[in-house]
Design a protein. Structure first.
Length: 226
């Protein structure tokens, strides 16, 4: 290979190397909801009362939720773990459930659609781990609860689109065991649901309510919605 051809080849490779990051950024900016810059791994999560309720009215209520965004894979997706604790109590025998921990779960920032009103908001989709969210017992093994499903949707209530903050608030809402958000904008035929089964019984539709704050440390993140 002549020196001229070799130099030309190196120039092409160099140009491609510089182009790839900008192409990746352009693709990232095409996603409807994302935060920039990409947050650091290990973003802690904290929140207050959270309740899991089935359509028939059975509830499990905890006074506190903590968690961690274990990894940010991009500005719109990553992995998360959650722990529900502080006097978790079920409504069947009114017994204690101890701490309830989820498996590591995948999340995506999306645009959610209100099931009743059709209103669209920036939100988060947390998908299950092979169909499973959590398994726990209450009353020293008296009651075994298995929470399954394909996913749960919540809204990003703060900051507003285009605004920057060192924290972000996630809100999950349900009414009588039915989640407020069940679909993602652009994929109306796919619904996301939770189910809950007690002591090996039939799975029943369930909804989760609660609010949590993700902290980004000293870095202000901008919520971009397109």
């Amino acid at each position: 290979m002549s020196k001229k051809i070799m130099l030309l080849a190196l120039a092409v490779v160099s140009a491609a190397a510089f182009a790839l990051p900008s192409m990746a950024m352009a693709a990232e900016e095409d996603i409807a909801v994302h935060v920039v810059p990409q947050p650091a791994n290990g973003s802690p999560i904290s929140g207050g009362v959270a309740t899991l309720q089935t359509k028939s009215g059975t509830t499990v209520t905890c006074k506190e939720v903590t968690g961690n965004v274990t990894s940010w894979e991009s500005t719109t997706t990553g992995k998360i773990t959650l722990t529900f604790k502080n006097d978790c109590t079920e409504s069947v025998f009114h017994s204690s459930c101890g701490e309830i921990m989820t498996t590591e779960l995948q999340f995506h920032l999306v645009t959610v659609v209100d099931k009743t009103t059709g209103e669209k908001k920036p939100g988060i989709l947390i998908t299950s781990n092979a169909g499973h969210f959590a398994t726990f017992t209450c009353g020293g093994g008296l009651l075994k609860v298995v929470v399954n499903g394909n996913g749960i949707l919540g809204e990003i209530s703060a900051p507003a689109c285009g605004k920057s903050s060192t924290t972000s608030t996630l809100k999950f809402a349900q009414t009588s065991g039915v989640q407020t958000y069940q679909t993602v904008d652009g994929t109306p035929n796919t619904e996301y649901h939770l189910t809950s089964s007690l002591n090996g019984g039939a799975a029943e539709e369930a909804g989760q309510s609660g609010e949590g704050t993700v902290s980004f440390g000293t870095t202000a993140e901008t919520l971009e919605c397109t």
